[in-house]
Write a protein that binds this ligand. Sequence first.
Ligand SMILES: NC(=O)c1ccc[n+]([C@@H]2O[C@H](COP(=O)([O-])OP(=O)(O)OC[C@H]3O[C@@H](n4cnc5c(N)ncnc54)[C@H](OP(=O)(O)O)[C@@H]3O)[C@@H](O)[C@H]2O)c1
Length: 340
Amino acid sequence: MKQIVLASYAKGNPRPSDFRVEEVPIPTAGEREILLRTLWLAVDPLFRFAIDEVRLSGALHLQLGDVMVGATVSEVIASNHPDYKPGDVVEGRTGWREYAVVAPDQADYRGPPRKLDPSLAPVSTALGVLGMPGQTAHGGIETLRIKPGETVAISAAAGAVGSIAGQIAKIHGARAVGIAGGAGKVQALLDLGFDGAADYKAPDFAAQLKAAAPNGIDCYFDNTGGDVTLEVFKQLNRGSRMAMCGYIAYYGMGYEGPGPDHMPALYRTIMGTGLEIRGFAGFMAGQKALDDIAGWISDGKLTYPEAVVEGIEAAPQAFASVFSGHDFVGKLLVKVAEPA
Ligand SMILES: NC(=O)c1ccc[n+]([C@@H]2O[C@H](COP(=O)([O-])OP(=O)(O)OC[C@H]3O[C@@H](n4cnc5c(N)ncnc54)[C@H](OP(=O)(O)O)[C@@H]3O)[C@@H](O)[C@H]2O)c1
């Protein structure tokens, strides 16, 4: 079987050459263990933290040669555990490998592999809209305490979290304004039902954002930090709220970026607008978030774009492209195998 391991620590944006494909024997399930065959693998920006040479506080940290961490949907091939049987489909975090052995009794705080019901939704959604990214979108929108009619801006709006967050903001009665890179993504956001959208890579980004949010921005769902957020700060209304979901623009920078120091802009904005900023962990939104989202999908209020690349060898390039730029909209998935 193939697995993908860390070949070198990432410096700045990850590159495909930071990873190496290895051929190893398929493992065997021991007592109270299960053998899983990977069907789908997610590339999540979060795991950039795991491949820094210096361990960041609290972050998962890989050694060179370790299998790259990642969320997966897998099929149970063999089971020595009473709660799982061959043919079950589960979601877990088994990493970038074609097969994995898991001991459900030794699960961490995320719990044992989550059993999926393929009759309810395509199993790939467990890595996107009906999984952690969907919970994150839901949890961030709850954090914002949106009032109907307010304008909510969302950065990285064409990504897995942002594309769902904008639609949930609309369900709460807000005007949703997405920010993404490129005219194609701007059009895709409008097609998803966003009320306005702006291309942060365009020279007239500030004017585009102003046109999309003519009454200013009341709530900001921030996935990026960086220059996008500095521009949003200039267009915030008094009493605004910000849900700090992620800061992908800084993921390759360790604790301190190379500068310039933008803290003065942050302090001016907080004083000038009364901005409230709250960070949050998406998975804490729990099952309630997934139930709400499933209901909105079945009511036709929410759609979930997915982009698929084929084969486990595609994972390093897909992961790198999240940081260097790509044209995909929604949750980016690697299809590893068909179910047996
Ligand atoms: N708080 C939580 O619990 C939690 C949970 C999941 C994810 N997150 C965070 O939420 C954010 C979005 O995650 P996701 O799963 O939606 O990711 P995703 O689907 O991979 O989308 C990420 C997008 O970010 C944009 N981007 C990359 N570098 C950028 C930069 N320097 N400036 C502006 N935009 C940039 C790119 O889109 P463009 O083409 O538009 O540039 C990229 O496609 C990430 O920061 C992630 O770490 C947080």
